[in-house]
Design a binder for this molecule. Structure first.
Ligand code: GYE
Length: 335
């Protein structure tokens, strides 16, 4: 085939594939006209928490009778941008979007705004000069999670007057609001309680594990190899997956987790609740993945009462589980 024919052939192919993913125009198909279509772009599947989060949103939206177009971004921002663009081409009624990171979303959200499609941001935040580009943000208070982790540590060491407590922080993916705000919240509380109790609690080192189990294990192994682990009193980990990795790494030492080192972790996946019951970790700060009901309510409100009926920020409720509580009170979880 010469170049000219190849060009014509490729153009036809592109046009047919685009029209295949375009939504039929109003009035051409009764059932398409009636059903509400939601495009849901999830950032990845890096943790059991994340899988539960996806399942919760899909289930609640489908239960409500909405048609859900689901795309997994596999922790790749470019891919997520393409997924959102495909929702715009399809002319969905709303976009639900769980951003991988904070920066770089302005252009695609401008495209959605031009197309008149409301955007519901869930879980992590986006950093935008123009906040009107999204309708609402639905998620946890990451700062409060950090505060709760810090509060457990300062209470645990409150009688250690004039001592210095060394914390090793295992942080999540950088340029994300949970990482930034969990760190801020933790530091805020240990500083405040230091003034009260006269115990110095300091973050001696912070290692990055990207919220991923394997990376958590690697950086802790490296820290152990450098001979620094023996000075650490507390491990504050930004998620359970990295904590599991850290616990695997600690097996190579004679440090007993939960006793020689206090472990505070965030998420509350089932495996970590079991570890809490077995005394392997000391405190599990819940991060609630069940966002589905909040997302469904916000979309329904928007559809029946318009933009102004939806608050700009919607918080999901969360709690904390620790070694000093009655374990029977912990609701069973399947993630
Ligand atoms: O803590 C972690 C997940 O963004 C709050 O991402 C979420 C975090 C959650 O991979 O497990």
């Amino acid at each position: 085939m010469d170049k000219k024919w190849l060009h014509i052939f490729l153009s036809i192919l592109l046009m047919t594939s685009l029209s295949a993913c375009q939504r039929p125009a109003e009035g051409t198909n009764e059932s398409a006209k009636e059903s509400i279509v939601i495009g849901f772009s999830q950032s990845g599947t890096e943790s059991s928490w994340r899988k539960r989060h996806t399942e919760s949103i899909r289930t609640e939206l489908e239960k409500e009778g909405y048609e859900v177009l689901y795309r997994n971004g596999y922790m790749n921002q470019e891919r997520q941008i393409q997924d959102i663009r495909s929702f715009i081409v399809y002319q969905v009624d709303a976009i639900v979007f769980t951003p991988l990171q904070e920066d770089g979303w302005e252009p695609i959200l401008e495209e959605a705004a031009k197309a008149g499609i409301p955007v519901f941001i869930v879980d992590r935040h986006v950093d935008l000069a123009d906040p009107s580009l999204f309708l609402t943000h639905i998620g946890p208070s990451f700062k409060a999670e950090g505060n709760r982790a810090g509060l457990y540590v300062s209470n645990y060491f409150k009688h250690h007057e004039n001592e210095t407590i060394n914390v090793l922080e295992l942080t999540g993916l950088s340029d994300t609001s949970p990482t930034q705000l969990r760190s801020d919240g933790f530091r805020e509380t240990i500083k405040r309680d230091y003034a009260k109790n006269n115990v110095t609690i300091q973050v001696t080192d912070a290692l990055n594990g990207d919220f991923i189990r394997r990376k958590g294990k690697e950086v802790i192994e490296q820290y152990i190899a450098e001979g620094k682990m023996d000075d650490i009193d507390v491990l504050f980990s930004h998620n359970d997956e990295m904590t599991i990795g850290a616990l695997e790494a600690l097996k190579q030492t004679d440090i007993v987790p939960g006793k020689d080192i206090v472990i505070v972790t965030i998420d509350a996946q089932k495996e970590m609740i079991d570890n809490l019951k077995n005394g392997i970790v000391n405190c599990v700060v819940e991060c609630n993945p069940d966002a589905g009901i909040f997302v469904k309510n916000a979309i329904s409100r928007y559809l029946s009462r318009g933009r102004s009926a939806v608050p700009k920020e919607i918080y999901v409720h969360e709690t904390v589980f620790s070694s000093d509580m009655d374990f029977d009170q912990i609701p069973p979880r399947n993630y």
